[in-house]
Design a protein around this ligand. Structure first.
Ligand SMILES: Nc1ncnc2c1ncn2[C@@H]1O[C@H](COP(=O)(O)OP(=O)(O)OP(=O)(O)O)[C@@H](O)[C@H]1O
Length: 332
């Protein structure tokens, strides 16, 4: 990578683009980012990922080469890979939400519109955020076992990405899903439960404004563990409705505990997900929060979560972006 920017005292930024994330066209994204951020004194170099794990390798190299920031253009999986290489460093991470769910971006109130998300990066207000780990693997949004892990696994194996494919997979998994038993040790308590899922949340939502832990924040040094207890199909579906309105904490089938660390045990090894990406993990899952280890460009105008109000406001804003894209289809 050229050293020209360093000689000119300009800040260097590596833009990492995952071409397969989400469903949008990313042609011209590199040129748009470079021209918009040039006004903010940033010199942007671009790298396109070619396979799983590439974003970690590229972000690590950027940190070693003295880049000031990295921008991840993709979904939660791409952000996870890039962020994993930057934790504990001073290199800042910007997000251009181009994924299927964009849970982390939505939690941070980063608009799911490319031009608007660049304004957040241009404002240059990084915040030191927490991240979580499970058995040493980092997560930034959510980690989970149970139903959500089954959905991630089916989604990753499917041919299509995007919201429609995600909803299809969720319905198909729901019809056949059986709850499992989990034991959670945290805050001096032992909870043994038959649960539909156990989600460990650094951020509030899975993506697509599905709030699994509406009150989670990324700056409190804690993880919110949400347990959805086993129930009948109708009451479980109602939890889904509460996730969309942000009222899960009122649902009798849902419990949330806040922890700095915890151990989750299950009867057998099996599927899990880390920021929506499926992984196979063992019976014992050690989770821990790592406070303030990742410098993230977030929205300085971020408002506190309010049930109903926040989801509806997000929906209206996102509908506006979608309508804009119909009239300006060059960059979707
Ligand atoms: N060129 C590539 N070809 C195939 N897979 C890739 C490539 N680049 C990255 N990946 C992998 O694509 C996967 C999905 O990426 P990502 O999570 O960013 O998108 P998404 O699943 O559409 O969005 P979200 O996680 O927000 O729902 C990640 O596991 C990543 O490692």
């Amino acid at each position: 990578m050229p050293n020209f920017a360093r000689c000119m005292n300009k800040k260097r930024c590596l833009l990492i683009i995952n071409p397969i994330s989400g469903t949008g066209n990313k042609r011209g994204l590199d040129a748009l980012v470079a021209s918009r951020l040039a006004d903010n004194g940033l010199t942007v170099e671009t790298a396109w990922t070619t396979a799983h794990g590439d974003a970690t390798r590229l972000a690590r190299r950027a940190a070693e080469e003295g880049f000031d920031s990295v921008i991840a253009a993709g979904g939660d999986g791409t952000i996870n890979e890039a962020a994993s290489a930057l934790c504990g460093s001073r290199v800042k991470l910007g997000i251009i939400p181009c994924g299927s769910g964009n849970g982390l971006a939505r939690h941070l109130d980063i608009p799911v519109d490319i031009r608007a998300s660049l304004e957040i990066i241009g404002r240059d207000c990084p915040v030191a955020c927490d991240y979580g780990s499970v058995n040493g693997k980092s997560f930034f949004c959510t980690f989970g076992v149970g139903f959500d892990a089954a959905v991630s696994d089916a989604f990753a194996r499917g041919k299509h990405r995007g919201l429609v494919s995600y909803v299809n997979n969720t319905i198909r998994q729901f019809v056949n899903y059986n709850a499992d038993e989990y034991t959670i040790r945290a805050n001096g308590q032992i909870i043994t439960e038959q649960a539909f899922l156990v989600a460990v949340c650094n951020a509030s939502q899975y993506g697509n404004n599905a709030y699994i832990a509406p009150r989670a924040t990324m700056t409190d040094g804690l993880l919110d563990i949400t347990i959805i207890h086993a129930g009948n199909p109708l009451s479980t579906m109602l939890v889904g409705v509460d996730m969309l309105t942000g009222y899960t904490y009122r649902n009798a089938l849902v419990d949330t505990i806040r922890v700095s660390s915890a151990t989750i045990e299950r009867k057998h090894p099996g599927p899990a997900h880390i920021d929506g990406e499926p992984v196979a993990l063992g019976e014992t899952l050690e989770v821990r929060c790592h406070p303030g280890q990742l410098w993230l460009y977030t929205n300085p105008d971020e408002r506190p979560f309010r049930p109903i109000i926040t989801p509806i406001a997000s929906m209206i804003r996102e509908a506006r972006y979608s309508i804009n894209r119909i009239f300006h289809p060059s960059l979707r």
